[in-house]
Ligand binder design. Structure first.
Ligand SMILES: CC(C)(COP(=O)(O)OP(=O)(O)OC[C@H]1O[C@@H](n2cnc3c(N)ncnc32)[C@H](O)[C@@H]1OP(=O)(O)O)[C@@H](O)C(=O)NCCC(=O)NCCS
Length: 129
């Protein structure tokens, strides 16, 4: 089994390496690249809960706590915080695994709360099943 310092009691919904193509001129990864993966990660439990199409309605909070660098392996964890009639609020935490020689660090880099809304065939809000 691979040694890890990530949260052991949870399974990431997305894992992806950050590549130099996604880095800005200062050397860190573009915030927008991370945001798109956070949105995708949050949509996974929301889609399962809604049992059908959803859209991202709001980003309630989004914090870049630490920089991400090319070479980091990103893991996104998503969990439903609450739900309303048509909406689902999801918390997403992002960790970066950073290796320097034999040493590996796991750093919590981002945390966000997003709201997804279930939609019907007319793209109007749909009551959650
Ligand atoms: C999603 C959409 C169909 C909702 O239509 P709407 O007229 O805003 O619907 P409502 O006002 O009834 O809100 C729907 C739900 O979202 C919640 N909501 C609306 N605005 C919100 C906000 N700013 N923050 C948190 N929740 C919000 C409402 O409370 C409601 O939840 P509930 O039914 O669980 O109580 C419409 O806003 C839309 O199509 N938006 C674009 C979505 C999109 O394309 N996203 C991709 C990014 S571009």
């Amino acid at each position: 089994m691979t040694e890890t310092c990530l949260p052991e009691d949870r399974i990431p919904v997305i894992r992806i390496p950050a590549s130099p193509a996604n880095a800005n001129t200062g050397g860190s990864i573009f915030g927008g690249w991370i945001m798109s993966h956070v949105d995708m990660a949050g949509s996974i439990p929301a889609l399962e809960r809604a049992q059908g199409p959803i859209v991202t309605r709001a980003v309630e909070s989004f914090e870049f706590k630490q920089a991400v660098f090319a070479g980091d392996l990103i893991s996104c964890y998503a969990k439903i915080l609450s739900e309303g009639r048509t909406s689902i609020k999801v918390d997403v935490e992002v960790y970066a695994e950073r290796r320097q020689g034999a040493k590996k660090q796991c750093i919590k880099v981002t945390e966000a709360v997003l709201v997804y809304v279930a939609i019907d065939e007319n793209r109007r809000p749909r009551t959650l099943p």
